[in-house]
Design a protein around this ligand. Structure first.
Ligand code: AMP
Length: 397
């Protein structure tokens, strides 16, 4: 069974065609600058090199048409025609309280995803555009929606409520939802396999550290807390997002800088995080690690603040679960940066954490990077959100 996984951003579209039985990627790629001058598609079939095609893509439908064309093209394609694509799995950012699991898409589901757009105005409309374009071009193909928020719907009330008048939750569903759920779910299940235990027997903390970053507490297989909130702005210091801050900062900055609410929110989303802390130097952790290793004030400030916040969340979630059996690092930074794992684990002596520096120096595979006598196991697990979406889609069919 071939499953096409689609992840639409506002001007981009990532895709993978996955053989659901062998779980191998058959082809993958990315359309960039959709609706902007200079749009292009990068396409790669398994074992082949990357092909870049510059072409006008006015909208996501044009992009999906390009993708389907590449997948079915004589020579560079991987399937004879569209009937060989058995299903499409769509990544959807916000499922609100309506979706606690993945679903097959029909008109009612589309309307419900649309209703969640108020909670994710930058993301859900792009996701919907992708679904509609696929439905137009492949009307007979079943499609599934897999939500970033769904895994965290098991959070208890005390974890998801904000300390604001309850009527705002009742009227508008203002609460914490959490994101990166597909990744937290995938990594926590994989961690249980690596530790040779059932997920239901473990208390795990998953640190998804990429450009967007979040931590989750996964108790006995269920998310019981996570650091992102109503939107992906809450929690850790990220590439360009501030994470937690006193809400009064917003009013203060608006007054002192003469900015509108929207302008301040744009600063918190796009100019803050390690980019802001490093004085605009970089949001890319590779640059910041270099700068940290050269002892520059920018790099030191940003890296230390980032690691400190991650460690603080680990402490909080250990309390929330009354213990922790394993702490997992994943995503671009979590998987590839021995330095950040070391910096975070420096704070965890009270948990008896001991890193095995040789193991911690390795890359690109599932690893236990703590010593056998470490009080808590530290794991590095490459995330694979596309595979998780393909598995969910297959299960629904
Ligand atoms: P993601 O959002 O998961 O794709 O992660 C992107 C982030 O991971 C970027 O800030 C990258 O700089 C960072 N990253 C990727 N590879 C490395 C690496 N080898 N060392 C440090 N950071 C990395």
């Amino acid at each position: 069974m071939n499953i096409l996984v689609i992840n639409c951003g506002s001007s981009s579209l990532k895709f993978q065609l996955i053989d659901a039985e062998s779980e191998q990627v058959i082809a993958k790629g990315l359309c960039e600058r959709i609706g902007i001058e200079g749009s292009r598609m990068v396409y790669q079939k398994a074992g082949g090199g990357k092909q870049t095609t510059e072409a006008v893509m006015d909208d996501h439908k044009a992009a999906i048409r390009m993708v389907l064309g590449a997948l079915t093209a004589a020579g560079s394609g991987v399937v004879g025609d569209l009937s060989e694509i058995d299903a499409v799995g769509h990544r959807i950012v916000h499922g609100g309280e309506r979706f606690a699991s993945s679903v097959l898409i029909d008109d009612a589901v589309l309307a419900a995803i649309e209703a969640c757009s108020e909670l994710a105005p930058l993301h859900n409309p792009a996701n919907l555009t992708g679904i509609r374009a696929c439905r137009d071009l492949m009307p007979q193909t079943p499609m599934a929606a897999v939500f970033d928020t769904a895994f965290h719907q098991t959070m208890p009330e005390e974890a998801y409520l904000y300390g604001i008048p309850y009527e705002y939750y009742e009227k508008y569903k203002v609460r914490r939802y959490g994101f990166h759920g597909t990744s937290h779910s995938y990594v926590s299940k994989r961690a249980a396999q690596i530790l040779g235990k059932e997920p239901g027997a473990l208390k795990l903390i998953v640190c998804h550290l990429g450009n967007g970053a979040s931590v989750s507490a996964v108790k006995y297989g269920k998310s019981v807390d996570t650091s992102m909130g109503l939107t992906p702005l809450e929690g850790l210091i990220m590439g360009t997002r501030s994470g937690d801050l006193d809400p009064a900062v917003i009013e203060f900055l608006a007054h002192r800088e003469g900015k509108t609410l929207e302008e301040v929110m744009r600063i918190l989303n796009q100019k803050s995080g390690v980019l802001g802390l490093s004085g605009g130097f970089s949001s890319d952790f590779r640059d910041l690690e270099d700068a940290y290793e050269k002892n520059t004030p920018e790099g030191t400030r940003a890296m230390k603040a980032f690691a400190y916040r991650v460690a603080k969340y680990i402490g909080a979630y250990t309390a929330a679960m009354n213990g922790v059996d394993g702490i997992c690092f994943t995503a671009g930074l979590g998987e590839n940066s021995p330095l950040i794992r070391d910096m975070v684990c420096e704070y965890l002596g009270w948990l008896g954490v001991k890193l095995d520096q040789e193991q911690n120096g390795k890359r690109g595979e599932d690893l236990i990077v703590s010593t056998p006598d470490s009080g808590t196991q530290i794991l590095v697990i490459p995330t694979n959100e596309e595979l998780a979406i393909a598995r969910e889609t297959r299960a629904l069919l």
